[in-house]
Design a protein around this ligand. Structure first.
Ligand code: ATP
Ligand code: MG
Length: 649
């Protein structure tokens, strides 16, 4: 934990939502005094309602909370139509392809494309409430497809384009989808890759899907199932550019999205209309300080919640220009991201620690070769960022000038929950700092008592909030069990995130990782993130994951899986283990020293780049792997790790 404090460079922020911490505390107090009234006021200001809601919050069937009941709206209208008056020629989406190809889509063009797509979906028989699976590369048509579903009231479920046929099939069946939207394929690192054959395989033996809409992207040969497959490029020609937006209830489902599966079988998280879009838009304004002339770039894939809220829905609801990128940040070279920031004069850049570490590793000095002076805000999301990566992001990418917003949130929360406010919050590196106004994120014990500074507790949200998960699709019991059965406050079940955290003396929040990831050594509860951050300080360590292993004497002992930067360092294991433990002793204490270290070729990661520690725990215990590995990036790495661990014993 670093206790350095970085103050915002106020001159970068012309008219921020929160100018200083006094304004932040005032807003928090406003919510404390009148929770529903304050949310209601924001909803009236920010949403273009077809009919105003009757009630802000309905708690009668908790934890199945309802927001803005009786209200009528359409999310595509909120994201597009209402901007046309003033912004029809403004860029809504700037797209860059893998090979550098560019497309700019104005708000008026977006309006027409979305309406045409919506009419096409109707022609395919899609009705309000039907589920549509979107299995697409990062091309503008993916965003059109999402918004077209929203326009006609269909519920989309975007499945990340890197998932296997098996993972796709599971999600199609779970959602009982009627239509799948896909592309022939796309490009990655200069080469074509395919999606349509994966859909064909996923649909073997599946009879619920009536139509597969195929967008041409890479023009490679694909198989065609007569009667089922239709060509987007052909059918879109004849569609009208007008499509009345469906009048939706605030609480109608907007989309389903499956979590990344790092802690168990993915859950079909269900979000609804008004509360979700309100918070998506507000956090763009509060956390990203989005302004009319800004160009904003989030590098996530639309297959993740970050892509939903912070590439498509949030930026468009805010009337902003959002950059969408098909390629990878390291192709054709390690300067790609920085070149794009220079080219488009990006003002806000939002990415994940795994990308930051990679870019640092392959080109620490690369950002210095580009003009990054347009940047005001750098964002990070997805996992705890270690102080070393944070410092590089701040100093080298941000030129020691930009505010870093370390945003803690989840698929289930719909939008940011804990984050610095860029013009107001004094930042401590690698702390997500404070809950956003309106969000009652608290670190408590199971009975609802706030933990003392330095003590670890459960990261809970103790009041319902508008963009919260409504249920797990088709499994309301799992919803209650997963989120509302661990902690209570004033006798009432509260939302538990699954993450552990602690306060420091100044009330800053430090995320320590999943509570499952807490390792209990001789009664000391140690967070995996902390130990990993220490191990990463060793200059030869590229990546690391630690888990607990049952131990007769200490209860649990620490087992570390370490990936070295270069295989040349193998053979020096004994020396390395000693050095790593010296760093741990110094950073955390002797109690956190590792008992076992396996030097492995890679770590099992989900497609969103998160380490699947449940697999590593099983390997450490010597258990057979019987768990769901369908969301792993590279399942073969599991075998390789087992081989290393077996050879150590
Ligand atoms: P599953 O719930 O299926 O295991 P997942 O939790 O990885 O999947 P997401 O909803 O994409 O799926 O990830 C949310 C989690 O990511 C959070 O619960 C937290 O553990 C981690 N996380 C996100 N942002 C941050 C952050 N800024 N700092 C620390 N951890 C973060
Ligand atoms: Mg989760």
């Amino acid at each position: 934990m670093l206790n350095e404090v970085y103050y915002p460079h106020k001159e970068l922020f012309k008219n921020p939502a929160f100018k200083n911490m006094c304004e932040y505390h005032d807003k928090v107090r406003e919510f404390e005094k009148d929770y529903e009234g304050t949310w209601g006021k924001l909803a009236r200001e920010k949403i273009t309602w077809f009919r105003l809601y009757d009630k802000v919050l309905d708690e009668s069937n908790a934890p199945f909370y309802k927001w803005f009941t009786g209200g009528k709206l359409n999310v595509s209208y909120q994201c597009i139509d209402r901007h046309l008056d003033k912004k029809k020629n403004k860029a809504a989406i700037i797209w860059e392809g893998d090979n550098g190809e560019k497309r700019v889509i104005t708000y008026l063009e977006l309006y027409k494309e979305v309406n045409k797509f919506a009419n096409l979906l109707k022609e395919m028989g899609v009705k309000k409430g039907d589920r549509v699976v979107i299995y697409m590369p990062m091309i503008p048509e993916a965003a059109f497809a999402m918004l077209a579903c929203a326009r006609i009231g269909a519920i989309h479920s975007v499945v990340f384009g890197g998932f296997s046929a098996e993972a796709l099939k599971d999600r199609i069946l779970d959602a009982q989808a009627k239509v799948v939207i896909t592309a022939d394929g796309a490009f990655r690192k200069g080469k074509p890759y395919m999606l349509k054959p994966v859909v064909d395989k996923a649909l073997e033996g599946v009879d619920i899907v009536e139509k597969v809409i195929v967008v041409e992207r890479n023009n490679e040969d694909i198989e065609w199932v007569e009667g089922r497959d239709v060509s987007y490029n052909e059918l879109i020609q004849n569609q009208s550019t007008e499509c009345e937006p469906e009048v939706m209830d605030s609480e109608d489902p907007l989309f389903l999205l499956y979590t990344s599966g790092s802690t168990g079988k993915p859950k079909g998280v269900q979000h609804s209309q008004a509360g979700y879009i309100l918070w998506a838009q507000l956090t763009m304004e509060w956390v990203f300080d989005i302004k009319d002339n800004d160009t904003y770039w989030c590098t996530a894939d639309i297959g993740w919640i970050t892509g939903h809220t912070y590439i498509v829905y949030g930026p468009l609801a805010a009337g902003a220009t959002t950059v969408m990128f098909e390629g990878v940040l390291t192709y054709p070279d390690s300067g790609r991201a920085w070149k794009m920031i220079e080219d488009y004069r990006i003002n806000q850049f939002y990415t994940a620690p795994t990308a930051i570490r990679l870019l640092n590793k392959i080109g620490a000095d690369e950002p210095k070769k580009y003009d990054l002076s347009s940047l005001r805000i750098l964002g990070t999301v997805g996992e705890p960022i270690d102080p070393a990566a944070w410092k590089w992001y701040y100093d080298v990418v941000g030129g020691g000038r930009c505010s870093i917003v370390d945003t803690w949130w989840q698929t289930e929360t719909g939008g940011h929950m804990i984050s610095p406010l860029p013009a107001a919050t004094p930042i401590k590196p690698a702390s997500a700092t404070f809950p956003l106004p309106g969000i009652f994120a608290e670190i408590i014990d199971e009975e609802g008592n706030r933990v003392k500074p330095g003590e670890k507790g459960l990261l809970c949200i103790t009041k319902p909030w508008p963009s919260m998960i409504r249920t797990i699709w088709g499994d309301p019991e799992r919803f209650v069990k997963s989120y509302f059965s661990t902690a209570k406050k004033n006798g009432k079940p509260v939302y538990f995130s699954g993450d552990g955290a602690m306060y420091d003396e100044d009330g800053y929040i430090w995320i320590t990782g999943r509570v499952d990831d807490v390792i209990n050594v001789s009664g000391h509860r140690l967070g995996t993130a902390e130990i990993e951050a220490a191990i990463k300080k060793h200059p030869h360590v590229a990546e690391v994951a630690v888990v607990g292993k049952p131990d007769e004497i200490t209860g649990e002992s620490i087992f570390a899986y370490v990936v070295l930067k270069s295989t040349d360092d193998l053979g020096e294991e004994v020396e390395l283990i000693k050095e790593i433990n010296e760093i741990i002793s110094k950073e955390i204490g002797n109690i956190a020293k590792v008992k076992d270290i396996a030097f492995v070729p890679g770590l099992p990661k989900t497609r969103s780049g998160k380490i699947m520690r449940r697999i590593l725990r099983a390997i450490a215990k010597g258990e057979e792997i019987k768990q769901d590995t369908s969301t792993l990036e590279d399942p073969s790495v599991v075998e390789a790790i087992i081989a290393v661990v077996n050879s150590c014993e």
